[in-house]
Structure formats: C-alpha cells, structure tokens
Design a protein around this ligand. Structure first.
Ligand SMILES: Nc1nc2c(c(=O)[nH]1)N=C([C@H](O)[C@H](O)COP(=O)(O)OP(=O)(O)OP(=O)(O)O)CN2
Length: 177
C-alpha cells in the first residue's frame, strides 16, 4: 500500500489537572512533532503521465495551515480548567489561542483529536485520501502513535456539533462564536 507521510513541528503549552501526573499540573511547554500517514481511499493505477495520487501541496496545505496557524503556540487546557475562565475574564482577545479538550490535554487525546480534524479536511476537500495513522512526539523520549478510528477513543461527552475536531475549520474550541 502506498502512503504519504507528512511531518510538522509545533510549540505548545498545556497542563494536566486531573491527577495523572503532578509534575505536569503546572503549565509547561513542549516542542512537538506531528506525523500523519495518508492512504488513498480507492486503489487505482497511476495514470502513466502525471503519476501522482494527489499533488503533495493539495494533500497537505489545509492541514499545515491548521497546525501552523492554530495549533502552533496554542495553550491546551481541559474544558473544566479554571484557567479557561481566567482567560475569559482577563484576556478574552486570546481565547482563540486556547485548544480545549474534553478532560486533560494528554498526547494520546491530542493525537485522536488532530487525526479526526485532519480527516474532516480530507473529506470536505474530496482529496481521495484518508489518515489512518498519526504520531505525536511530545518530547524526544515520548511518542504516541494512534491507528484506527479516533472517534472510538475520544471521550464522548459532548454532542457532535460542539466538537471542534469534527469540523473542517480552523477552530480548536467552542469558546468563540
Ligand atoms: N499517558 C501520558 N502520560 C503523560 C503525558 C501524556 O500526555 N500522556 N504527559 C506528561 C507530561 O506532559 C510531561 O511533560 C512529559 O512526560 P515525561 O515523561 O516527564 O517527559 P520527559 O521527556 O521529561 O521524560 P524522560 O523520561 O525524562 O525523558 C506526563 N505523562
């Protein structure tokens, strides 16, 4: 099987407030790498002329726009983190820089959320591609790899229309508009 593998770097901050790791309960940051594996939805031979499944630029432009324009330097917070309220009250102009997650923003959850978002882009753009695997390198010594249907793994706590990871847009929360 043929696959496209695209890698992007981003900086982020987060904290885990629900008790899995006390050291991670204070806000801290990582320089992370996200690697996605895209496969054609349909198997057909190359055409003998251009010989592309899809041009790379077409396959990755929206995804990279999302990673570079939204995820890069975002602050990832659980939806019930008191810091969300703090930003609402003190820095509402920065709400669009918050990436809000159902429960703690761990790397395994982020992998599933980003994969779901990417598949929304690929579907809406009728790219003929589907992401079946994603890896997030949180630190040089910790990587999470996810393969499968991310919606089976993401906590089921909100109606679909309130899930930014199910929309083909640049949003990372429901905090605005
Ligand atoms: N299952 C998970 N466990 C932890 C996560 C996570 O996302 N999923 N995240 C963290 C923290 O974000 C922490 O900053 C990174 O963990 P840590 O292992 O301390 O990172 P190091 O690179 O410093 O690890 P070394 O073993 O020292 O190389 C914690 N747990």
């Amino acid at each position: 099987m043929l696959e496209f593998v695209f890698t992007r770097r981003f900086a982020m901050a987060h904290r885990l407030i629900h008790g899995s790791s006390e050291i991670c309960a204070t806000p801290h940051g990582h320089n992370e790498e996200v690697r996605v594996y895209l496969k054609p939805v349909e198997i057909k031979p190359l055409d003998g002329k251009q010989n592309v499944v899809v041009p790379f630029q077409q396959a990755k432009t929206t995804w990279h726009r999302f990673i570079d324009g939204s995820v890069d330097h975002a602050f990832q917070l659980a939806e019930n983190d008191p810091l969300v309220e703090w930003f609402k009250q003190h820095e509402p102009q920065r709400l669009s820089r918050l990436l809000i997650t159902p429960g703690d923003p761990t790397t395994e959850l982020l992998a599933c959320l980003l994969m779901s978002k990417l598949n929304c882009f690929l579907t809406v753009e009728q790219s003929g591609l589907h992401c079946e695997q994603i890896e997030i390198m949180e630190t040089p010594t910790n990587t999470v790899r996810f393969t499968g249907n991310p919606l089976e793994f993401i906590p089921n706590t909100r109606p679909p229309e309130q899930c930014w990871w199910r929309r083909a847009d640049m949003s990372m929360s429901e905090l605005e508009g």
